[in-house]
Design a protein around this ligand. Sequence first.
Ligand code: THG
Length: 267
Amino acid sequence: MIIIGEKINGTIPSVKKAIEERDEKFIYNLAVRQAEAGADYIDVCAGTDPMIEVETLKWLIDIVQDAVDTPLSIDSPNPRTIESVFPYAKRTGIINSVSEEGEKCEVIFPLINTTEWQVIALTCDSRGIPADVQTRADIAKILVEKAQKNNITPDRIHIDPLVIALSTDNNSLIKFMETTSTIKRLYPTVKVTSGLSNISFGMPLRRIVNQNFLTLATYAGMDSAIMDPCNQEMMATLLASEALLGRDKFCRKYSNAFRKGKIGVKK
Ligand code: THG
């Protein structure tokens, strides 16, 4: 599993406070802790007023790049913000995200077409998140084809089928699985990604639902996860799932994580 560390996000109250107070140390520590815990990419999301989003995101990017060598996942709903901060990224990372909404593809694809950057593509458009599998797959197809016209190959694209809360749609996970298999039948090298916490919205004991979602989504072919790598229970769930699915030779990764205290130790 490719792990995209989610903790540097201005919608988290403690991070919002650190951004407002320009507390560099706090952000720096979040970057180091996530890298040490096994993040492959570090998501940076300002989550602020669009007026100061570019400045805030640049500040976050500079701190993360000072702290760790882990590449970035640049997270903004505004493609113009991504375009503005993109030149400050030192290493090849991921753009989070494009969709069929507005001018997103038209701004982002030309920005990365001559690079090795990857991109997360959400299966939604100006009508919102489709409730059915077919419309999601249709949008994914449009996004992959637009990317290909910009020389962006399917293996550089992470499709995010945008999981709806299970409390809203009881077939949400089933639809995620069907969308994943439909997309992979069309484009075998495309990656599928997801956040892990939308599924449990409005339910008690959310972490249990999130962990089981991670296991089932991993089995269904999810390639990357936007998650908290410092959450030991979640990491243990991931490592156990991969071992159970025969993706961890001699259970080495699972055993090493335990030996190093990365799992199995209460925070
Ligand atoms: N898809 C894509 N990008 C995304 C999301 C997605 N970006 C934003 C979001 N969803 C993923 N990021 C977060 C960040 C923080 C939390 C949830 C999603 C969060 N964090 C808690 C905290 O840090 O306090 C608890 C984390 C935990 O311990 O598990 O809630 O879906 N493409």
